[in-house]
Design a protein around this ligand. Structure first.
Ligand code: PMP
Length: 404
């Protein structure tokens, strides 16, 4: 039988990316890869997790750790998250918090909750590829969210209507976005809120990298800005997605959503239908480790990754030819590089792999896939010396391509 004939319409739009095929070549020895988007495993708080798992599996507590649990999430972990959100200017109680299997799951649920076919999601251009993938399953249209541009809300609403639905939410990552590394100013964040207010839509704030700031002063999250205005989380349109993946460990798949209670109650129903709950023992372990080491651990990560970011920016400055520009992030894991207009990041990747250096071509981060002359460079995985060698190699590849 040919199952593809009976796949649902939404599944037919899902494609494996050609880039994945190219990136399989990363297993070659001596390749320097700026392609990943993952934390350096050397800095996982392994000892704290070993202790947490031992405690969780103690005879007295194993019955809880290995048992089913509430879909909302493990209460002591939600209490830690509530305290953490308070330090970010958001006071809420645990009924405003649901634990998810990574923030990726939250993006899926929020797409499922809000998007009918042909409704419009406003996203940054470029935006997080995984968000486009999560939302795409619900067959939406995408429009540009540009915080600096102040587009007329009526024009946005009309365009959404012409596309066959209505605008439902803006999705963005205001701190050290994946892929650009950019951070929105306070004024830009307020503009996103004002636009959402005018359109009557939600704001999905992706805070995956918020704790990883290496320079400059923290800017309040969009949810914190809205809270400062409205004073009550249940009156807020912003839905905040958090994650332990970038700070503690992605493999345990623990993230969270903070939102008004009606949103939380509804995504709890979605979670019950999808996977019942996030793994109990993982939530218990993350709670233990967060309480034991979170603040100190984040200080370590800021030092390590901040040094790597500087190494990358200095190497780019030293080696890149005229005509190449890049972002100067204050945190996160990525630098975004713009090539001359006629150059395609995908072709460049093929040439770069031959010289044993890798990155992710930028086109996949655009909802329309139309902009080809950008690439994403990750700096969290390699040490400073390797970053220097890799950027020098990449600059040579770009110089050769420009000379063609
Ligand atoms: N949001 C952004 C911006 C990301 O970069 C990632 C991970 N690449 C995620 C969400 C998902 O992370 P997780 O599900 O591990 O929390």
């Amino acid at each position: 039988m040919n199952h593809t004939d009976i796949f649902a319409h939404r599944a037919q739009g899902m494609k494996a990316s050609e880039i994945r095929e190219l990136l399989k070549l990363l297993d070659q020895p001596d390749i320097i890869s700026f392609a990943g988007g993952i934390p350096d495993p050397k800095y996982f708080p392994r000892a704290a997790f070993a202790e947490a798992m031992t405690v969780a599996l103690d005879e007295a507590t194993a019955g809880v750790a290995l048992q089913y649990a509430a879909s909302e999430g493990y209460v002591p972990l939600r209490e830690w998250i509530a305290d953490h959100m308070k330090t970010l200017g958001v006071s809420c109680d645990i009924d405003n918090i649901m634990v998810t299997a990574g923030s990726q799951q939250a993006l899926d649920y929020l797409g499922k909750l809000f998007l009918d076919k042909d409704d419009t999601a406003l996203v940054e251009w470029p935006t997080y590829l995984g968000a486009l993938g999560a939302f795409n399953a619900y067959e939406p249209q995408f429009d540009r969210l540009n915080a600096g541009e102040n587009r007329d809300p009526d024009a946005v609403a009309k365009q959404a209507q012409a596309a066959g639905g209505r605008a439902k939410f803006s999705y963005l990552s205001p701190d050290f976005a994946n892929p650009t590394g950019k951070t929105l100013t306070k004024a830009e964040r307020l503009a996103v809120l004002a636009q959402a207010e005018a359109l009557g839509i939600a704001v999905i704030e992706d805070g995956a990298y918020q704790s990883l700031r290496y320079e400059g002063d923290a800017i309040p999250s969009i949810l914190a800005l809205e809270m400062a205005d409205k004073g009550d989380i249940d009156a807020c349109r912003t839905i905040y997605c958090g994650s332990f993946s970038k700070t503690l460990a992605p493999g345990l798949r623990v993230g969270w959503v903070v939102a008004a209670k009606p949103v939380i109650s509804q995504i709890v129903l979605l979670k019950q239908a999808a996977d019942l709950q996030t793994a109990t023992i993982n939530q218990i372990a993350v709670n233990h480790v967060a309480r034991a080491v979170f603040d100190d651990h984040v200080v370590t990560l800021r030092e390590v990754y901040g040094t790597r970011l500087n190494a990358m920016l200095n190497s780019l400055q030293a080696h890149m030819p005229e005509g190449i520009t890049w972002t100067s992030p204050e945190g996160g894991m990525f630098v975004w590089l713009t090539l001359p207009a006629a150059m395609d990041g995908k072709d460049l990747l093929e040439q770069a792999l031959a010289q044993k250096v890798a990155f992710v071509p930028g086109a996949a981060f655009y909802a329309d896939g139309d902009t080809k002359n950008t690439i994403r460079l990750n700096f969290s995985m390699a040490n400073e010396a390797t970053i220097g060698t890799g950027i020098a190699r990449l600059a040579e590849v770009i110089r050769t391509a420009m000379a063609r």
